[in-house]
Design a protein around this ligand. Structure first.
Ligand code: GAL
Length: 371
């Protein structure tokens, strides 16, 4: 139980009292972002490195809401979708922008699973399925924030027993670290008081030309995967895995997103919205994906310890207004979500998402940038 408890202990330092506003390149800055529906203040925290990268996070949903990346031409762009205020985060325009998704990121068929003889019915917020933790998932709660050094902010949250139908009280810590090597590291730890299923992910929508740019269809994607989980019309896996070879999902070499997204436009997913089996051993940090924008020449590689990667080309974006009044058009961003396969609790052949008391869930993901 210990590592989570140790981490929590390290995190007791209240940020507000230890922050300096005077030395932005040397210390973590923070402030009030807005108010939660309860009236409680939501705080923002800023991470910077000396190469010009800036990441801003807030504790509503343990969310990354700005990520500024330089370019070879000297221009800095904010490459993630988000909102300037809480009104945006609380509105129907917010499609999990930059949040920590869970308890189970992605879908569980009909919101049902069994553990032993016990059957559980979760919230079904994506008819007929459960999506991203339910009607009030981890993206819609207030996390406690704390600093663990000058380059890292951690958020902790305890999800009560029965939350959205899930068994067990689950204690979660997610930390964001920005390194001098231009890497945004996201680490998760969790423990439970009763057997449960857990699958956490980070839900940023990326456009390497800058959030609000037209589409990501000319971004090139390379996946370190040769198989995926085919799904039914409600985006639930059939239970089989299939080769991507010969399908519009073949990204084994860097390939523009356009062909795949357009070939799948009339499918239930309206584009690419599929889970890929990352090659190599689960638990080892390995390369999952490479994303390159030929316009800005920024690139990002994704490394993870997770077995799967959901690639989602923003097919449900509908032109909502985001940061700085910019429009977030259909397919104007791509999510690269490191996670387990969808509906794993109902497929014995998939890597298990079962978490037992006494075990510690760990997940390490890195988004590495170059320009
Ligand atoms: C993604 C998921 C999509 C959609 C989106 C939120 O993670 O794969 O199907 O639900 O979240 O709008």
């Amino acid at each position: 139980m210990s590592s989570l408890r140790t981490l929590s202990t390290l995190l007791l330092l209240p940020l507000a009292g230890c922050l300096s506003m005077e030395e932005p390149t040397q210390s973590i800055r923070s402030g009030v972002f807005g108010q939660a529906p309860s009236g409680e203040d939501i705080h923002w925290y800023e991470l910077r490195n000396s190469n010009g990268m800036i990441a801003r996070v807030h504790n509503w949903g343990a969310t990354l809401y700005e990520l500024h990346i330089p370019s070879a031409g000297g221009r800095i762009a904010d490459v993630v979708l988000g909102f300037d205020d809480m009104e945006g985060y609380l509105s129907g325009d917010n499609q999990y922008f930059g949040c920590t998704a869970g308890r189970y990121a992605n879908r569980i068929a009909n919101g049902r699973f069994s553990i032993g003889d016990n059957e559980y019915q979760l919230a079904t917020n994506n008819d007929p399925n459960h999506l991203h933790g339910g009607a009030r998932g981890l993206d819609k709660v207030i996390w406690s924030a704390a600093s663990s050094g000058m380059d890292s902010v951690s958020f902790s949250y305890t999800s009560p027993d029965g939350d959205e139908g899930y068994p067990g009280e689950v204690s979660i810590v997610v930390s964001y670290t920005l390194t001098e090597a231009d890497v945004l590291v996201i680490e998760y730890e969790a423990e439970t008081t009763a057997p449960t299923h857990l699958n956490l992910t980070h839900h940023s929508y990326f456009n390497l030309s800058g959030a609000g740019s037209d589409t990501v269809l000319d971004h090139e994607l390379q996946l370190f995967a040769s198989r995926y989980t085919p799904t039914d019309d409600t985006l639930i896996p059939t239970g089989e895995t299939g080769p991507i070879s010969g399908t519009p999902l073949d990204f084994r070499t860097p390939t523009a997103l356009r062909g795949g997204a357009e070939a799948l436009a009339s499918s239930a997913a309206l584009g690419i919205d599929h889970n890929f089996l990352i090659e190599g051993a689960q638990g080892a940090l390995r390369t999952a994906a490479y994303l390159h924008d030929p316009v800005s020449r920024r690139s990002m590689t994704v490394h993870t310890t997770e077995p799967g990667l959901q690639v989602y080309t923003g097919n449900f974006l509908f032109g909502q207004t985001g940061k700085g009044g910019k429009t977030y058009a259909h397919r104007s961003a791509v999510c690269l979500e490191t996670q387990h396969y969808p509906d794993s609790p109902n497929h014995l052949g998939f890597p298990t998402t079962l978490l037992l008391p006494g075990e510690t869930y760990t997940h390490h993901t890195e988004y590495r940038f170059a320009w």
